[in-house]
Write a protein that binds this ligand. Structure first.
Ligand code: CDP
Ligand code: MG
Length: 966
């Protein structure tokens, strides 16, 4: 328990703030008043649209005399109930110092670890490094004799024969020499030439043969969990061993480690970063191989930079950078021009076809007509009539694709129908029917036998296509084996994908870009490249990250093509025209430029890498300064970092959870408030993807079903929870999924992710068993007000304020608290169909930009959770009215001083409680009375209170009094 009897001093997330009430950007009268009276009809709309745009440019803050959004009334019974709960409570006010000594927190092991982390510095720790690798002659001998014996093993020999055929095998001696002579080397080579499976083995066997096997411990990083496991299994098989002897793997929550020395571990990049928290110099590792670095994922870019620091202190650690041939030189340059060796690959020639050829060959008529219901129809009109500003894609279509199609028409090399279809902008949208038609063409008309590999952007396209194939009589299971391949897939039987198909059968693999470089399936002869890839995209203006489906780069397209020529000459069909191919970008942008940075900042903090801006400037490419400052600001608002950029106890935990910090916070609070199962469902659905899949033309029916699940909760997030909950309990889950437009496949993944998450929470000591549904963590899971309050606590500050009309009616038009911009519910949200709102506040996770800023998922929340979990709290008294508010924008009048003091008092206690709980993990005992439980119960009593007075008649804000700004 914390030390007691002090007074609060510090401003903190639940404390007072000096508020800056000066309105920026909204102070000019032209920017705030109503439209001029002479305007009519559409002109009025334009006036507000223009004004909103101008307003959006400033750093928007509510003006000084912002009116309260309503009033809060606590019934006398509620007040005395809460009073009673707290009266018996011995916790006093808490004094919180400013010097990061956390004197107010009782000593614990956690406190010790936490304080040494926030006070430490990685470079200082590296200075003190002692060499950690010792040779052991006994082991050296044993390893050598085992390897010598192995050479007589028939399985080993059979595999060795295969290995000898790989291009990397021919380069074995050169590779070993260059690694021996240099601390850092770069190895590049065509995908499939044997980098991942062979290089580590060459090094290990060389050490063993030189009778120093015990001094060799190789770590090889992989970008994905699935490739770490599959490669480890393959390498163990090549060595005629079981996993866990000289070869093993480690991914989060799953591992099969090999012997301590004389071994190779394949692991995800995140695992190495985690290991560096306790052992920054990787003191027991002799070689670290960073594989697939051309993918430019954030963890890999990050590790490359950290290791550059580490080798300054550990000159015996060898670093081997491995990349496909793409842009490899950039890595060598970054490592002070380290030596680079290329493994020349061998692939058979691959014939390439483009969309025009595909349309010609399949005689498809899919794009014969414009589909008036799609937005592209409008686009066509605009392109042809030269009206309105064009997007980049539209401009490109007009400038390159159209003229190209016209040219083809003149040349008459293709049917007129083909050229006509190319002129339809819809032909640039991924169409799964075309993929299916092409697949039918390949199996019916093309001569070669061999596997077909199809690249799709994401899970929904993969499952959509597989459904089409499986429902078709042309692909009976007796003749075809269909494999989905996706990084989030639960452990599938990996080996089957690599094995040749059984006699009389053909493999069809539907994969994301994972099959471009990290997984090689040898017997592929036909590749269908849909031309699209799903990547993250961080929108600075909206401060949100979205996943976007976009055109592949030339590098992706080349890789995809190459996959068809592994065993014989192959064929690759690109589902875009030659003209589009000409204008594809050369490479995709590194992930660090496209993603939110909160998680990466927390990792840097926990690795004690010092000031964030300074460290990020050392990366191969530094992220945009603005996205960095957005991320830092959010982490501070979430109370994950304090004002001097140190981790807080909450931040220290969030750094260990592999989800966005907002989701992490929601989950920790879900555990503390014992409503974990629904909260986990919401968090995994938001963090990964929701399970709804809405077929074209069925939107309204699906909307109805979602509303049915929402019932009267006014929450898309509760819909996510109910979908998963019903799926988990339903006796006939397939019927339920069919009826509610849900993907059973995604639901199964989400269920598995929840279970995984329990593992992380157990590591942090927040739960004691691994079942998300265990009673201990679900005492309050049926209390939807509480669940919504916890969702609010996690998603804050993503709050939007609904507009209140003169008559006090709340309308579905909002202002985002984060950006000050107007926004609207996306039609997919159940709230978009709601006409009556009890409270003018919603929290959301995703916002999208389209014709207007759309809020994708929302929960209407009671003001009290916002006043509770929000930052920059104020309370004041003016004209006899008590005002409480957060963040300058959300204000309410309170019915009495007593209500204000209850809110204030409980905020303090909540802050104390969270800090205490986070520094003393362990589940709350809900069955016996304790101080801890009394505080929690009082807080619950308040934040789940649904009493709120009517919205004040005069409380509307003029700014909110129009509807036509979206
Ligand atoms: O890393 P790189 O792309 O250069 O090649 P690799 O992944 O080492 O693959 C070399 C060979 O091993 C390929 O022919 C793969 O098909 C095969 N392999 C396999 O059969 N099973 C695995 N799990 C991994 C690779
Ligand atoms: Mg590889």
């Amino acid at each position: 328990m914390p030390k007691r009897g002090f007074k609060r001093k510090r401003d903190d997330m639940y404390g007072n703030m000096n508020i800056n009430e000066g309105g920026e950007g909204t102070s000019q009268s032209s920017n705030t008043g109503r439209h001029p009276p002479e305007l009519r009809g559409k002109e009025i709309g334009l006036f507000y649209a223009r004004r909103n745009r101008e307003r959006g440019k400033g750093n928007w803050k509510l003006k000084r005399d912002a009116k309260p959004l309503g009033s809060i009334t606590l019934s006398e019974t509620k007040k005395s109930q809460i009073g009673m709960m707290l009266r018996s409570n011995s916790m006093g006010n808490i004094f919180i110092t400013d010097n990061n000594s956390y004197d107010h927190v009782e000593d614990s092991l956690f406190k010790y670890q936490f304080l040494s982390n926030i006070r430490g510095n990685m470079m200082e720790r590296l200075k003190a490094v002692e060499p950690g690798i010792f040779r052991n002659e006994c082991l050296d001998k044993r390893f050598l004799s085992e390897l010598t014996n192995k050479k007589n093993d028939l399985r080993y020999q059979a595999m060795l024969n295969k290995r000898r055929k790989l291009p990397s095998y021919e380069k074995r001696k050169d590779l070993l020499k260059i690694i021996e002579e240099n601390q850092v080397v770069l190895i590049s080579g065509e995908t499939g030439c044997g980098k991942t499976t062979q290089v580590a083995q060459f090094i290990l066997d060389d050490y063993i043969e030189k009778n120093k096997g015990s001094a060799c411990k190789i770590v090889c990083t992989q970008p994905r969990r699935i490739s770490a496991i599959s490669v480890a299994e393959r390498v163990a098989e090549e060595r005629a061993e079981k996993l866990g002897e000289s070869v093993g793997f480690q991914i989060r929550l799953e591992k099969k480690l090999p012997r301590d020395t004389g071994s190779i571990v394949f692991c995800t990049t995140g695992v190495v970063l985690k290991q560096m928290e306790s052992d920054p110099s990787l003191s027991t590792v002799s070689h670290i191989i960073l594989d697939e670095i051309h993918e430019r994922s954030i963890p890999s870019d990050f590790l490359i930079t950290v290791l550059k620091e580490v080798i300054k202190k550990r000159n015996d650690l060898k670093i081997i950078l491995m990349s496909a041939t793409l842009n490899a030189e950039a890595f060598s340059k970054y490592y002070n021009n380290c030596p680079h060796i290329n493994i020349p690959g061998f692939t058979y020639p691959v014939t390439e076809y483009f969309l025009e050829d595909v349309l010609q060959k399949t005689q498809s008529k899919l794009f014969q007509q414009f589909e008036p219901s799609t937005s592209r129809w409008d686009y066509k009109k605009r392109v042809q009539k030269n009206r309105g500003p064009l997007s980049v894609e539209e401009q490109e279509f007009k400038e390159y694709i159209m003229p190209y199609a016209r040219n083809l028409e003149r040349e008459k090399k293709y049917d007129a129908l083909v050229c006509e279809q190319l002129k339809n902008p819809d032909s640039e949208i991924l169409n799964l029917d075309l993929v299916y038609e092409l697949l039918v063409y390949i199996v019916e008309k093309e001569e070669k036998h061999g596997s077909v590999l199809i690249f799709c952007p994401g899970l929904s396209q993969i499952s959509g296509l597989i459904k089409k194939i499986e429902n078709s009589s042309k692909f009976p299971p007796s003749r075809y084996i269909i494999f989905p391949l996706h990084s989030q897939m639960p452990s599938i039987d990996q080996k089957e994908i690599f094995n040749p198909a059984p006699q009389g059968k053909r493999k069809i693999i539907v994969s994301t870009n994972i099959a471009e470089t990290s997984i090689t399936i040898d017997d592929v002869v036909y590749v269908i490249d849909c031309g699209k890839i799903k990547t993250a995209d961080f929108d600075i203006e909206l401060k949100t990250e979205t996943l976007k489906i976009r055109w592949v780069s030339v590098a992706n397209a080349d890789q995809r093509r190459g996959r068809a020529g592994r065993v014989q000459p192959g064929v690759c069909f690109h589902l875009y025209s030659r003209a589009r191919h000409m204008i594809l970008e050369k490479y995709l942008k590194p992930e660090i430029l496209c993603k939110r940075l909160e998680g990466t900042i927390l990792t840097a903090k926990i690795l004690q890498l010092g000031k964030i801006e300074e460290f990020f400037s050392k990366l191969m490419v530094s992220p945009d300064a603005e996205s960095l400052s957005i991320a830092l600001a959010l982490l501070k608002r979430l109370n994950a970092l304090d004002s001097v950029e140190n981790l807080t106890p909450l931040g220290y935990h969030l750094a260990r959870l592999p989800v966005a910090p907002q989701m992490g916070k929601m989950i920790l609070l879900g555990a503390i408030f014992s409503c974990l199962d629904p909260i986990l469902s919401v968090a995994v659905s938001l963090d990964f993807k929701d399970a709804f899949q809405i077929p074209l033309g069925k939107e309204q029916e699906a909307d109805k079903k979602r509303s049915e699940l929402a019932d009267d909760t006014m929450s898309d997030h509760i819909v996510l929870h109910r979908a998963l909950e019903t799926f988990e309990y339903e006796s006939d889950p397939s019927r339920f999924c069919w009826e509610y437009f849900l993907s059973p496949y995604t639901l199964k993944l989400l269920k598995k992710m929840k279970e995984q998450f329990m593992g992380y929470l157990k590591d942090l000591d927040f739960v004691s068993n691994l079942n998300p549904k265990n009673a201990e963590n679900n005492q309050n899971s049926k209390n939807m007000s509480l669940v919504k309050a916890v969702i609010c606590a996690g998603l804050y500050p993503n709050v939007a304020i609904l507009k209140v009309s003169k008559k006090g009616i709340i309308k579905p038009y909002m202002t985002s608290m984060q950006t000050g911009q107007s926004c609207k519910f996306h039609p997919k949200s159940v709230l978009s169909r709601t006409r009556s709102f009890s409270f003018p506040l919603v929290v959301y996770y995703k916002k999208m930009k389209s014709t207007c800023d759309f809020i994708y998922d929302a929960t209407m929340v009671h003001p009290l959770p916002i006043l509770f979990f929000g930052d920059r709290y104020i309370h004041s008294e003016a004209n006899g009215k008590h005002i409480v508010g957060v963040n300058n924008m959300v204000r309410f009048t309170a019915d009495s001083e007593r209500t204000v003091s209850i809110i204030r008092d409980l905020r303090d206690r909540l802050f104390w409680f969270l800090e205490h709980k986070i520094t003393h993990p362990g589940s709350v005992n809900w069955t016996s009375s304790s101080d801890e439980l009394n505080v929690l119960k009082a807080i619950m009593e308040l934040i789940t209170s649904e009493d709120m007075g009517d919205v004040d008649e005069e409380s509307f804000d003029e700014d909110f009094d129009h509807e036509d700004d979206c």
